[in-house]
Design a protein around this ligand. Structure first.
Ligand SMILES: [Zn+2]
Ligand SMILES: [Zn+2]
Ligand SMILES: [Zn+2]
Ligand SMILES: [Zn+2]
Length: 109
């Protein structure tokens, strides 16, 4: 239903139920089901891999070293898990779902 608001799962502020990113805390998928960052298939907290594309949904936070769900931010320390493509003509900010940029295909590191 259009205009319906739900609390963000991360910060608790009310956001539109169709938001892909919380406007308050900038985290991906603030409401509704979690989605695979690669294929957007619905996944559940606790899934180790996406049932659709097989992407590993668990990663290690480069900042705190703790295991976390592969989302836009670390579950443990809240630091960003997204990386910016090093290609100067792309600079696409993304959740690292593979060794290459999801947009231009250049290696991320
Ligand atoms: Zn939020
Ligand atoms: Zn997937
Ligand atoms: Zn962390
Ligand atoms: Zn790129």
């Amino acid at each position: 239903m259009a205009g319906y608001k739900q609390p963000c799962r991360y910060c608790g502020k009310l956001v539109h139920s169709d938001s892909n990113v919380c406007p308050f805390c900038a985290r991906a998928d603030p409401v509704g089901p979690l989605k695979c960052p690669k294929c957007r298939n619905t996944v559940e907290p606790g899934y180790k891999v996406c049932g659709h594309c097989g992407l590993s949904l668990q990663t290690t936070c480069p900042k705190c070293g703790k295991p976390t769900y592969l989302g836009s931010h670390c579950d443990a320390c809240g630091d960003k898990l997204t990386v910016v493509c090093p290609n100067p003509r792309c600079k696409f900010e993304q959740i690292p779902t593979g060794p290459n940029c999801a947009k231009c295909g250049k290696p991320l590191k």
